[in-house]
Design a protein around this ligand. Structure first.
Ligand code: GUN
Length: 290
């Protein structure tokens, strides 16, 4: 078993981006600028946004966090999005999800100017991705593709099962893997809560991507010997032995699954850092396009 090390892979990517930023600065241009809108006080979201800011600092990007109260109205958020759409100092921005219940996530995503949508969530960018046109690729699926690329993991002709059909992970993941690219050219099945014979289906996967949001859902009996397993899940579970009172648990029962795999990611240091690296790549692209 080999661990797919998102921390070191993303470090390489950040290094490459930092070199580009140095060149941008040498040309007398301003550095790329990413903004993140954070609504409410969700601990995990605050942590993710904090890490995104840290990444920006490391590569020499400017960053801005726009904080809004949990009680902010949907219209206030839409007004903020409209401001960011027209702010020439900002190359790209994200609205961290999940949003509070009283806000319609789709409505907010639709309000983002696709030219600044560095998450790759807008219909125009998802559509371009589906057609293989230049675009901002969804950050998490693209981060996983980058892991496959950098570890030379063959995807062509492989049966890939994507567990979960969310707009931000499962669905775009399936599109990217099935495209005529390298990595890509996989035979992809999207599985979800209504899928029958899930265990058998997962066992038939050469590559299993798990983004179902249920802790330790994938057990050893669901994994084929020699499979590549990518765990996108990250749930905070109370743990009094930890200083911060919780630990992160993935969607895969790592300890029991790992020895069956040729490659596997761990809940921390796996997909998360790669998602953030993709966001930096997209922000650099947004800056270059302008
Ligand atoms: N919440 C969890 N992952 C993401 C992401 O990649 N982008 C945004 N905006 N919110 C998220």
């Amino acid at each position: 078993m080999q661990l797919l090390d998102g921390t070191s892979c993303s470090q390489q990517i950040r290094q490459e981006i930092a070199e580009q930023v140095t060149k941008i600065r040498e040309n007398g241009e301003r550095a790329p600028h990413l903004a993140a809108v954070l609504v409410g006080n969700d601990g995990a979201s605050q942590n993710y946004v904090g890490m995104k800011v840290k990444d920006c600092d490391e590569v020499g990007f400017n960053s801005t966090v726009v904080r809004m109260e949990e009680t902010a109205t949907e219209q206030e958020l839409l007004d903020k999005v409209a401001d960011l759409n027209t702010d020439d100092a900002i190359d790209g921005f994200i609205v961290q999800v999940p949003l509070p219940e009283h806000m319609d996530e789709n409505k907010v995503i639709l309000a983002i100017d696709p030219r600044k949508d560095v998450d790759g969530f807008c219909p125009e960018n998802v559509g371009n991705m589906s057609l293989g046109l230049p675009t901002f690729l969804s950050a998490t699926p693209n981060g996983i593709m980058e892991l496959f690329r950098r570890y030379n993991i063959e995807t062509e002709g492989k049966h890939c099962v994507v567990l979960g059909r969310s707009n931000i992970v499962g669905t775009p993941m399936a599109i990217l893997l099935s495209r005529n690219t390298n990595p890509g050219n996989a035979t992809v099945t999207i599985a979800h809560s209504r899928t029958k014979n899930l265990k058998e289906l997962c066992r038939s996967a050469d590559i299993l991507i798990v983004a179902i949001g249920k802790t330790e859902f994938v057990t050893e009996d669901m994994v084929k010997e020699g499979a590549v397993v990518v765990d996108v899940g990250q749930t905070r579970v109370p743990d009094s032995t930890k200083k911060n009172g919780f630990r992160n648990v993935g969607d895969v029962d790592f300890e029991n699954v790992k020895d069956k795999c040729s490659y596997i990611t761990y809940v921390t240091g796996g997909v998360g850092p790669m998602t953030r690296a993709s966001l930096l790549q997209n922000t650099l692209k947004a800056h270059q396009r302008r």
